[in-house]
Design a protein around this ligand. Structure first.
Ligand code: FES
Ligand code: MG
Length: 590
C-alpha cells in the first residue's frame, strides 16, 4: 500500500511500536481467534471502528445490525479493517426512569473505547434520539476522525387512509380517547400502525431532528439523515460511509475541524426550518460544549426569526418518506443558503464545504419542502423565555396551533400575552393522580405546571411537560392548556409548552416556591414569564416552605449523574467532562 496517512495511525502504537514486539504480539494474538491474520493487522492499514448502537433493546437503531455488513464492505474496499463494538443501548420510549440518563452514560463508555483501543477512525451509527448527541459528544472529546451513519426513519405509518406518525399519533389519540371518540383497541391500532417497518421515529421528532443536525454539522455524507431505513439507498449510504471512513483516517479529518461555531449556527438555523424537536436545544448545547463552542440564548433567538419550511408532523402534515423524496436535509439547506442565513463555507466530512455539497439538490416537492419566501410559518424557532421562575426556558413556536393562538395569544391590545392561574404538580405521578380532580377547578384560564422533572429532580429530565387538560375540558373542546415545566417534552409533541426551565425546581429554581393559585404572566413579545408574586412573599416562601419532594437515587449511576450533570440550559452535560478535548492526541501508555 503506497498511500501514506497525513499523521501516523494511532493503531501502529499498539501493533508496531518500535522495540515493543512483545506487547504487539500480545495485542495481536487474540484478534486471530476470529480469523484475522497478523499480516492484515501489521500491514499499516487503518482500523475503522463501527460503534454499533443497534440491539434488541434499541429497536429504533436495530437496522444498523444489518447495515454494518455494508459498512464493513465499504471499509474493506477502501483498504481499512473494520472492528465493530457495542454502544450502551438507548431506547427513548422504553427506558425508565428516562433515556436521558443514557446519553451521558453512552458518551462516557464510547470515550473510553475510542481512547483506549487501537482505532484510527470511527463510524457512528445513529438513530434514536440520544444516540446521535451521545456519539458526537464522544467523538469530540476523543477527537478522532468520525463519520455519522444514520439508520433512517421507519416508513410512513398509515391508519385507515390517514398518515399516522410516531409519537404524534399517541398525543393526538390520547385526546381522542379522553374525548370519548375512540376506545382503547382503536388507540393501540393507531399506535402500532405508526410503526410499519425498521427504523426510528418517522415524524420530525428528536431522532429525525438530531440526525438532520448531524448532517448539517457536516458529520455525515450529504442526504444521509432522511433516507428511510428500509430503502435501498440506506444500504448504499452505509457502503459509501464505510468507504469515506477510511479516507478520513488517511486525511486525519477530525471533529475539531468540522464542529466549528459556523457549523453549530447552521444547525440551529436548520432546526427552525425543519420544525425540529425542542430536545435539539439541550443536545446541540451539549455537543457544542464538548466541541468547545458556546451557544447562547442570542443564537436561539436569531434562529427564532427564521421560517418553517418543512411540512412534517408534528408541526405539519407529512412524514419521513415524503421528506426524503422531496430532497431531505440538502434541499432545506439550499433554501437557507440562498437566503443567506447559513454559512456555506463550513467544512464537512466530504472534505468539501457545505455549499459544495448542495449543488443540484434543490427541493423536488414544494409542498413538502417550501421555498424560503413562501414558508409554512414565519418566525418559527424556539422562543427563549426568562423571568422570576427561571433564567432560561424555550417555547417551540412552530407547534402553536390556530386554536391555541386564538384562545391565548390574540387578545386585542395584548397580543402574544396571556395570564393564567397556576396548577402545580410535583412530577408526573402527581399529575396523573390529580389532573381530573374536580377540586382543582381547572378551566381554560389555567396554566399547568410540572416540577421535579429536571436533570436532578427526575433524575435525568423527563418528557412530561406536554400535559393534557382534564378530560372534562377536552370533552368541551379545549384540547390544550398552556403548560410549563422544568422537564422536557417529546420531540413528537404538538404542544407549545414552556420547557427545559433552568434552574429546575430541585436546583432551587423559581418553580420550587410556586404554588397552585399563583398567577403566571407570559409575554411572548418580551420573552418574559413571571409569577405575579411579590419579592417579600417569595422570600417568605423560600424561608418557611419546605422544598418539593424528589425521589432518592435508585442506582449508582443516578447518584453520580445527579452529582455531575448541569442544567438543561447548559446541555445537561457531565460538567467535569467538558475540559477533556482531543484525548486521542496522546495515546494511552502500554
Ligand atoms: Fe427511538 Fe423515537 S423512540 S426514535
Ligand atoms: Mg424523546
Amino acid at each position: 500500500m503506497d498511500r501514506q496517512p497525513k499523521r501516523p495511525f494511532r493503531s501502529r502504537e499498539w501493533f508496531a511500536a518500535p522495540g515493543r514486539s512483545d506487547m504487539a504480539a500480545l495485542y495481536l494474538e487474540r484478534f486471530m481467534n476470529y480469523g484475522l491474520t497478523p499480516a492484515e493487522l501489521m500491514s499499516g492499514r487503518p482500523i475503522i471502528g463501527i460503534a454499533q448502537s443497534g440491539s434488541d433493546l434499541s429497536p429504533c437503531n436495530r437496522i444498523h445490525l444489518d447495515l454494518a455488513r455494508r459498512v464493513r464492505e465499504g471499509i474493506r474496499d477502501a483498504g481499512g479493517i473494520p472492528m465493530e463494538f457495542p454502544l450502551h443501548p438507548i431506547f427513548e420510549n422504553c427506558r425508565r426512569p428516562t433515556a436521558a440518563l443514557d446519553r451521558n452514560l453512552a458518551y462516557l463508555g464510547l470515550v473510553e473505547i475510542l481512547n483506549g483501543y487501537p482505532i484510527d477512525a470511527v463510524v457512528l451509527t445513529t438513530g434514536c434520539d440520544k444516540t446521535t448527541p451521545a456519539q458526537v459528544m464522544a467523538a469530540s472529546t476523543v477527537d478522532i476522525p468520525a463519520i455519522v451513519l444514520s439508520g433512517g426513519p421507519m416508513l410512513d405509518g398509515w391508519h385507515e387512509g390517514e398518515l399516522v406518525g410516531s409519537g404524534t399519533v399517541i398525543w393526538r389519540s390520547r385526546r381522542k380517547l379522553a374525548a370519548g371518540e375512540i376506545d382503547e383497541a382503536e388507540f393501540l391500532a393507531r399506535a402500532t400502525d405508526s410503526a410499519p417497518s425498521a427504523g426510528h421515529c418517522n415524524t420530525m421528532g428528536t431522532a429525525s431532528t438530531m440526525n438532520a443536525v448531524a448532517e448539517v454539522l457536516g458529520l455525515s455524507l450529504p442526504g444521509c439523515a432522511a433516507i428511510p431505513a428500509p430503502y435501498r439507498e440506506r444500504g448504499q449510504m452505509a457502503y459509501e460511509t464505510g468507504r469515506r471512513a477510511v479516507e478520513i483516517a488517511y486525511e486525519d479529518l477530525r471533529p475539531s475541524q468540522i464542529l466549528t461555531e459556523a457549523a453549530f449556527r447552521n444547525a440551529i438555523a436548520a432546526v427552525t426550518a425543519i420544525g425540529g424537536s425542542s430536545n435539539a436545544q439541550p443536545h446541540i448545547v451539549a455537543m457544542a460544549r464538548h466541541a468547545g463552542i458556546e451557544v447562547t440564548a442570542q443564537d436561539w433567538m436569531q434562529a427564532y426569526e427564521l421560517p418553517l419550511l418543512v411540512d412534517m408532523q408534528p408541526a405539519g402534515r407529512f412524514l419521513g418518506e415524503h421528506f426524503h423524496r422531496a430532497g431531505g436535509v440538502p434541499a432545506v439547506l439550499c433554501e437557507l443558503l440562498a437566503a443567506g442565513v447559513i454559512d456555506g463555507d463550513a467544512l464537512t466530512i466530504t472534505g468539501q464545504s457545505l455549499a459544495d455539497n448542495l449543488t443540484g439538490r434543490q427541493s423536488r416537492n414544494r409542498e413538502v419542502i417550501r421555498a424560503f419566501d413562501t414558508p409554512l410559518m414565519e418566525r418559527a424557532g424556539f422562543l427563549v423565555l426568562r423571568g422570576n421562575l427561571f433564567d432560561f426556558a424555550i417555547m417551540k413556536t412552530s407547534v402553536i396551533g390556530e386554536d391555541f393562538r386564538n384562545r391565548y395569544l390574540s387578545r386585542p391590545g395584548a397580543e402574544n400575552i396571556f395570564e393564567g392561574r397556576a396548577i402545580v404538580f410535583d412530577g408526573s405521578d402527581d399529575y396523573h393522580h390529580r389532573i381530573n380532580d374536580p377540586a382543582l377547578g381547572i378551566d381554560a384560564d389555567c396554566v399547568l405546571v410540572i416540577r421535579g422533572a429536571g436533570v436532578l429532580g427526575w433524575p435525568g429530565s423527563a418528557e412530561v411537560v406536554n400535559m393534557q387538560p382534564p378530560d372534562g375540558l377536552i370533552q368541551q373542546g379545549i384540547m390544550s392548556l398552556p403548560t410549563l415545566g422544568d422537564g422536557r417534552q417529546s420531540g413528537t409533541s404538538d404542544s407549545p409548552s414552556i420547557l427545559n426551565a433552568s434552574p429546575e425546581s430541585a436546583a432551587g429554581g423559581g418553580l420550587s416556591w410556586l404554588q397552585t393559585g399563583d398567577m403566571i404572566r407570559v409575554d411572548l413579545n418580551t420573552g418574559r414569564c413571571d409569577a405575579l408574586v411579590d419579592e417579600a412573599e417569595i422570600a417568605r416562601r423560600k424561608q418557611h416552605i419546605p422544598s418539593p419532594p424528589i425521589p432518592p437515587s435508585n442506582t449508582p449511576w443516578e447518584e453520580l449523574y445527579r452529582e455531575k450533570t448541569s442544567q438543561l440550559a447548559d446541555g445537561g452535560v457531565l460538567e467535569m467532562a467538558i475540559k477533556y478535548r482531543g484525548t486521542s492526541h496522546k495515546t494511552p501508555r502500554h
